[in-house]
Design a protein around this ligand. Structure first.
Ligand SMILES: [Zn+2]
Ligand SMILES: [Zn+2]
Length: 203
């Protein structure tokens, strides 16, 4: 059995596993495991979610249950959804940053942390620390879009190609949440809320 086959065997026993764990099990570098994982992903054998590796649905019936976005009811198709944690225990995922911000607005009085993923590298980044290109011509999900980047330079570069405005979390949040009425056509529901950043917990 080669390593890729063994990885699949392990996943049949365990629901999910991380690259780090696999690199320990096989005593190879994480980069080597990433290569296997990418190939298995291309072959449709596995998928990645929240940094964990899972068997793809055809072998994992549980995964057939598609999560839907609590804001717009779209099925969540992104490998790395926008994820917020409320009061350290309640985890909620949104289809994209747009709906993620609207989700925040429902918990303005709660301690919330949020993780999103850099649009280019797909590395996790605290939503609070990310830079967003808001209202660009790139609309991977809901409109207007807010595309997250870990670095402001990357956001500026993206803006050159696709337009929009580079904003920090609060500005992007305000732009999405307060412009709901004019900008959204049937995607999400308008909400008027005040956001209290000092009550948000940094993750
Ligand atoms: Zn949504
Ligand atoms: Zn969306």
């Amino acid at each position: 059995m080669n390593r890729k086959e063994k990885i699949l065997e392990i996943l049949k026993d365990r629901k999910e596993i991380s690259v780090k764990e696999l690199s320990r099990i096989f005593n190879v570098s994480e980069m080597t495991i990433y290569r296997d994982v990418r190939e298995l992903e291309k072959e449709g054998e596995i998928k990645r979610k929240h940094g964990a590796i899972l068997l793809n649905e055809r072998e994992n019936p549980e995964a057939l249950i598609v999560d839907t976005c609590p804001i717009c009811d779209k099925p969540i198709t992104r490998a790395y959804p926008y994820r917020i944690t409320v009061e350290d225990y309640k985890v909620i995922e949104a289809c994209c940053e747009h709906c993620g911000f609207l989700l925040h607005s429902k918990y303005e009085d709660k301690k919330v942390s949020a993780i999103t993923y850099d649009f280019i590298t797909e590395n996790p980044v605290s939503a609070l620390n990310a830079w967003y290109v808001v209202g660009s011509s790139a609309v991977p999900c809901c409109s207007p879009s807010a595309i997250p980047f870990a670095s402001k330079d990357d956001a500026e570069r993206f803006k050159k190609g696709f337009g929009g405005e580079v904003m920090n979390f609060m500005d992007a949040y305000n732009a999405i949440v307060n412009n709901m009425n004019i900008s959204l056509k049937g995607c999400c529901h308008p909400q008027n809320v005040t956001f209290q950043i000092n009550k948000m917990k940094k993750s």
